[in-house]
Design a protein around this ligand. Structure first.
Ligand code: NAP
Length: 194
């Protein structure tokens, strides 16, 4: 059975996710939203505590993470780039494309497999598009930011024929959230089997 790929994103009403290499709402911090991101991406499946979760990201997303926070701890960090020759300092692995990144996770550790548990795609735009458009089981963990900010990087449209919004998801609050005057909601979408 193919592996579930989880995308996680925080998105403005116009689907903006980034501005000038940072988050659209920068320098405002949404600490509880970060905690939500961390908790979801770090938590392993019960019984898989000997494994580690994986975060896969594009080169610009990697460099958008403050240096002191790289790599994202307690997770295997894979950076995608066609230009870089070696993993950027601190990253665990470099891959030329998504398929090569996923191949790193195959197989037992004795053959170089990474003993991965959950796989999280954490941006940016083209990587989200690729994952959302290609076949296979997908989940989208979307924080809908209910305030507009200028953006130059966008999340793809979540096609209603391919994804359905789940009414609830274990461990994800359906309450309206608010921090620093910004309201937001957590949503989880699941791919509809073809
Ligand atoms: N709101 C959120 O939740 C969120 C999440 C993530 C990022 N962001 C924001 O989004 C912006 C960064 O995203 P972005 O879309 O501009 O860039 P990005 O996807 O992070 O990085 C683009 C680069 O990554 C590499 N890449 C991407 N997909 C690849 C693939 N399939 N195979 C091989 N290489 C691939 C390429 O690197 P090379 O050019 O080296 O080949 C490409 O130029 C920042 O502003 C960041 O703050 C926001």
């Amino acid at each position: 059975m193919s592996r579930v790929l989880n995308c996680i994103v925080a998105v403005c009403p116009d689907r903006g996710i980034g501005y000038k290499g940072d988050l659209p709402w920068h320098p405002t911090r949404l600490n509880n939203e970060f905690k939500h991101f961390r908790r979801l991406t770090v938590t392993r499946t019960p019984g898989a505590e000997d494994r580690r979760n994986v975060v896969i990201m594009g080169r610009r997303t990697w460099f958008s993470i403050p240096e002191k926070n790289r790599p994202l701890n307690d997770r295997i960090n894979i950076v995608l780039s066609r230009q870089l020759e070696a993993p950027p300092a601190g990253a665990h692995h470099l891959a030329r494309d998504l398929a090569s990144a996923l191949r790193l996770l195959d197989g037992p550790s004795t053959t170089g497999g990474l003993l991965a548990d959950q796989v999280w795609v954490i941006g940016g735009s083209s990587l989200y598009s690729e994952v959302m458009e290609t076949p296979g089981p997908r989940r989208l963990f979307v924080t809908q930011i209910l305030k507009q900010f200028p953006s130059d990087t966008f999340f793809p449209d979540i096609g209603p024929t391919r994804y359905r919004l789940l009414p609830e998801y274990p461990g994800v609050s359906s309450e309206l959230q608010e921090e620093n005057g910004i309201q937001y909601r957590f949503q989880v979408y699941q791919s509809i089997d073809p």
